[in-house]
Structure formats: structure tokens, C-alpha cells
Design a protein around this ligand. Structure first.
Ligand code: CAA
Length: 262
């Protein structure tokens, strides 16, 4: 069935195309309910499996990337409901299984689960209108989709504590200075800039892209020595790929490489 809360599109093609996933629940500022998160997980898995796709972009509207988990739904939850239903974990963790790069193109509000969803992506490109925050504390809860873990890794403990404890929202410039955001661009060019970044990824040999993403993620999840050892094995494995032969031969012959993703 076609998704009700997402717009799906395929753009670019350089030579691998980009899967665009636009969160589309405008009446609720893209509040992330179960139906939307199920559809998002399915769309991500489909793009990850699609041989013609090299990169995925998740975006929202000009007004909101996403204003968080759906408060209307959460209002009625009990502790038993949340725990027994494994609230959030069931369908919010799919994105962690995605091996291709995922870019978040963020304009407007990225609050609570919206900020957390952006942080689950591999990099954030922000419009100058973007606002990031973890205002859950005002609702009597805490960030529940990784915010207390990913935010300090992205912006450091001091700013993470500030945002999580006081509910202060930060603008795009502060977010870029703090390291939450990879690129800050004018709102009018957000989608173009995201497509350019996706094309830059789509031009690269896919096997190396998958290994590179996997290795950078290790930097957040384990001790340095293990990360270095993991990286070194992946680095060695690249010499078994046809694209390594092609990439280096093309460089030496001063011609453009033609990658086959093998
Ligand atoms: N859940 C459900 N509905 C939401 C929503 C949310 N998170 N955010 C906005 N909406 C709805 C509003 O209820 C409103 O609906 P109606 O028109 O039917 O009344 C509609 O979207 C438009 O919102 P506003 O009228 O509030 O728009 P605004 O421009 O005045 O304010 C805003 C925008 C500052 C983002 C404000 O909507 C807001 O504060 N939203 C809630 C932000 C929030 O607290 N997010 C955290 C949620 S908890 C969480 O995410 C848990 C987790 O860690 C996973």
C-alpha cells in the first residue's frame, strides 16, 4: 500500500540515484506516530535494498522537519503500555540497520523525536530556519529515541545538558558551531544542497561508502583501539574490490573512473 504519511521520490542519478523520503503529516507538523514510523522504516529498507540507489535523504516541510513523537498518542500511555509495547524501539530503530548513507535535510522545527531522528541520520544539512531541541522535559518525560546519548556525542555534555534540562532550542547557526550540523545553507537552497551532497556520495564506489559509514559509526560505539582495528580490517578488505583497482588505475591514467560497485 502507498504510504499515507510520506512522499517518496527518486532524484539525481550520478550514477546512483537518491531516494527522497519526505515526512508529510503537515497538520501535525510531522509529529511522528506509529503509522509514520512504520512507513519510514519500510521506505528506508526498500531504498537500502535498491541497487540503483546510492544515498537516502529524509526531509520534512519548510516549517517542520518533525515536531517530535506524537503527543496526542503518548498522552494516554501508561508505564505498562510503554514497556510492554516496547514503545519507540519497535519501529524507530530500523534506521540503525540501514547501510547506505542517510542525510537529514532539516528546515524549521526538529524537536524531541524530530531532533533524535535527524541525529540518527549520518549527517544533517540544515536550513538557516532550522531549530533543534529536546523539549521532552516540559512534558514530564525525557528524550526516548537516543537523544540523551547522541546529543552529548554530537555537541558535548555542557550543551546537551543545557538543551535536555532547560528545553532550550538552538538555531541552525548554534547547531553548526556545536557540531550537530554538517552544513548550514540558506532555506531556499536546502533541497538542492542536500541533492548535491547525495550526488557526491552517489558518484563514489558503493562498497567503500558502506565500509566508510560502518567504520565512522564504530567511533561512537566502542573504544578507540577496537575502532582502529575494525577500520584496518575494512581498509584491507577494500583491496579485494574491483572498484579499488578501477579507482586507482583511473587516477594514474588521469581519466574518470567507472565504478561497478563490485
Ligand atoms: N505531537 C502531536 N501534535 C503536534 C506535535 C506533536 N509533537 N507538535 C505539533 N503538533 C500539532 C499541534 O497540536 C497542532 O495541531 P492542531 O492544529 O490540531 O491544534 C499542529 O501540530 C500545529 O502546531 P502548533 O499550533 O503548536 O504550531 P506552532 O507553530 O504554534 O508551534 C511548535 C510549533 C513549537 C513546534 C509546537 O507545536 C510544539 O511545541 N510542539 C511540540 C514539540 C515537542 O514537545 N516535541 C517533543 C515531543 S516528545 C518526544 O518526541 C519523545 C521522544 O523523545 C521520542
Amino acid at each position: 500500500p502507498a504510504p499515507q504519511n510520506l512522499l517518496l521520490d527518486r532524484r539525481g542519478g550520478a550514477p546512483l540515484a537518491t531516494a527522497w523520503i519526505t515526512l508529510n503529516r503537515p497538520a501535525a507538523l510531522n509529529a511522528l506516530n506509529d503509522a509514520l514510523m512504520d512507513e519510514l522504516g519500510a521506505a528506508l529498507l526498500q531504498a537500502d535494498a535498491d541497487e540503483g540507489i546510492g544515498c537516502i535523504v529524509i526531509t520534512g516541510s519548510e516549517k517542520a522537519f518533525a515536531a517530535g513523537a506524537d503527543i496526542g498518542v503518548m498522552a494516554g500511555l501508561s508505564y505498562a503500555d510503554a514497556t510492554r509495547g516496547d514503545f519507540i524501539t519497535r519501529n524507530w530503530e530500523t534506521i540503525r540497520r540501514i547501510r547506505k548513507p542517510v542525510i537529514a535535510a532539516v528546515a524549521g522545527h526538529a524537536l524531541g523525536g524530530g531532533c533524535e531522528l535527524a541525529m540518527m541520520c549520518d549527517l544533517i544539512i540544515a536550513a538557516d530556519t532550522a531549530q533543534f531541541g529536546q523539549p521532552e522535559i516540559k512534558l514530564g518525560i525525557i528524550p526516548g529515541a537516543g537523544g540523551t546519548q547522541r546529543l552529548p556525542r554530537a555537541v558535548g555534555k555542557a550543551k546537551a545538558m543545557d538543551m535536555v534540562l532547560t528545553a532550550r532550542t538552538i538555531g541552525a547557526e548554534e547547531a553548526e558551531r556545536a557540531g550537530l550540523v554538517a552544513r548550514l545553507v540558506p532555506a531556499a537552497s536546502l533541497l538542492d544542497e542536500a541533492q548535491k551532497a547525495a550526488d557526491a556520495i552517489g558518484r563514489q564506489p558503493l562498497l567503500a561508502i558502506l565500509a566508510a559509514k560502518d567504520c565512522v559509526n564504530r567511533a561512537f560505539e566502542g573504544p578507540l583501539a577496537e575502532g582502529i582495528a575494525y577500520e584496518r580490517r575494512q581498509f584491507h578488505a577494500m583491496f579485494a574490490t574491483e572498484d579499488q583497482k578501477e579507482g586507482m588505475a583511473a587516477f594514474l591514467a588521469k581519466r574518470k573512473p567507472v565504478f561497478t560497485h563490485r
